[in-house]
Design a binder for this molecule. Structure first.
Ligand code: PMP
Length: 440
């Protein structure tokens, strides 16, 4: 018997028991926006309001919602092997998923599975520290991040993250961190794709080496395209310069590809699109098309091999989650990669990047718009401040919701990351809704 409360939900009586993530709970309770269905690029609310999902879930539903291949694989797996752990034993699908993921990532032979992007980041940072320990270079303890960076909310990721609001409630976390400046420069306003100015900001890493000693820095972590901080594509030459400085000082370079991974730049991973090879890559979100939580850290053979010299009977990394390589997540991951391949999702992202850019930049004539940024199928329409910071963003989000489009406001930047299945019609629809809301 179908449970009607589940298939046909209404507003719950109790909106307080669920302590919601990153939510202004009072405002939510006054206007609860509740979604009960999804298909393709669209969501439907409990009262039948249809929304174009301009955020691809939360930067993660790259193949669109409820993809039949992925749904079936999860259902079948749940009925076959619900769970087994992977500590000194395991199940074949985790190995298959790992092989499939690394096949998409040139230069990477290994993946460590986690359950989220935050866990992937903290895992990558710990691998970096342990890598230096394994090589007898345990004085390297400084982890370098960047202003405006979002690396999740666990202790390590928050420590290297660069969003003050996220850090303020918690005080000092991992103590040995340093931060580079962000790359948002006024002269780059309305750049199409990668901004021209700012490659020299990578020299901040050199300055940190001068200050602390390059031999004390374990790793630098950056999002190749900064996402949740407001979408900031890297200046031309910036990432390459960062790589050079890492090489000069033996610093591991970590790309946080939780958003950019799995096709958002038109290539499986952004590092390929930018022609810069990091040492570790974090991923999550699009790994399972967001159906079952899963994240991972890709490691090169050089990093992995540093861990092979210990006693054979002992774990080579004292780290792991109960659900690392969970059977349902592994099945979802394999089916997701099948869907990406069979539906040519990454190819579509590459083909639509131009029309996407054109649409976004057609909005620069609107008086309320301060800056438009884009890269791959990622974008932000940054509004002029109107009242307190975030007021304009929140108002636009509410108006666009009513008009049938979901955006993700970050301060006054409206961030967009639709499914990579978008067509020209969807792009036009997003553009028309944005124009009607912002110029209206
Ligand atoms: N890193 C980046 C770059 C992200 O964008 C995010 C999430 N938006 C995370 C890490 C954290 O991922 P999760 O929310 O799955 O923990």
């Amino acid at each position: 018997m179908p449970d009607t409360a589940r298939t046909n939900p209404t507003v719950p009586n109790d909106l307080d028991s669920f302590w919601m993530p990153f939510t202004a709970s009072q405002a939510f309770k006054e206007n609860p926006r509740l979604i009960s269905k999804a298909q393709g690029v669209r969501y439907t609310t409990i009262d039948g309001h249809e929304l174009l999902d301009g955020t691809g879930g939360l930067w993660c539903c790259n193949a669109g919602h409820n993809h039949p291949t992925i749904t079936k694989a999860i259902q079948d797996q749940a009925a076959t092997l619900d769970f087994v752990h992977n500590f000194n034993q395991g199940h074949p699908l985790a190995f298959e998923a790992a092989a499939r993921v690394t096949t998409l990532a040139p230069g990477f032979d290994h993946v460590f599975f986690t359950n989220s992007g935050s866990e992937a980041v903290d895992t990558a940072l710990k691998i970096a520290l342990a890598y230096h320990t394994a090589r007898g270079d345990g004085n390297r303890r400084i982890l370098v991040g960047r202003e405006k960076a979002y690396h999740g909310i666990n202790f390590g990721g928050l420590s290297v993250g660069g969003l003050g609001l996220n850090k303020g409630q918690f005080g000092t976390l991992y103590p040995s961190t340093a931060h580079m400046r962000h790359t948002w420069l006024p002269e780059n306003a309305n750049s199409r794709g990668l901004p021209e100015h700012g490659a020299e900001l990578a020299d901040d890493l050199q300055r940190l080496c001068d200050l602390h000693g390059g031999q004390t820095i374990a790793a630098v972590i950056v999002e190749p395209v900064s996402g949740a901080g407001g979408v900031f594509p890297p200046p031309v030459g910036y990432l390459k310069r960062l790589r050079e400085i890492c090489d000069a000082h033996g610093i591991l370079m970590i790309f946080d590809e939780v958003i950019t991974g799995f096709g958002r730049m038109g290539t499986p991973f952004a590092f390929e699109a930018f022609g810069v090879q990091p040492d570790l890559v974090t991923c999550a979100k699009g790994m399972t098309n967001a159906t079952v939580p899963m994240g991972g850290v890709l490691a090169t053979a050089a990093v992995r091999d540093a861990f092979r010299n210990g006693p054979a009977k002992m774990p080579d990394l004292f780290h792991g989650y109960t659900y690392s390589g969970h059977p349902l997540a592994s099945a979802a991951c394999i089916a997701t990669l099948d869907a990406y391949r069979d539906d040519q999702i990454f190819e579509n992202a590459a083909a639509m990047a131009g029309p996407w850019e054109d649409m976004l930049h057609s909005l620069t004539d609107i008086a309320a718009v301060m800056d438009v940024r884009n890269c791959g199928i990622l974008g932000a329409v940054h509004l002029k401040q109107d009242g307190a910071v975030g007021d304009a963003g929140r108002a636009a989000y509410a108006g666009l919701w009513d008009a049938g489009l979901i955006v993700r406001p970050v301060g006054d930047a409206l961030c967009l990351s639709p499914p990579l299945t978008i067509t020209q019609d969807h792009v036009d629809e997003i553009g028309a809704k944005l124009r009607a809301q912002l110029a209206g």
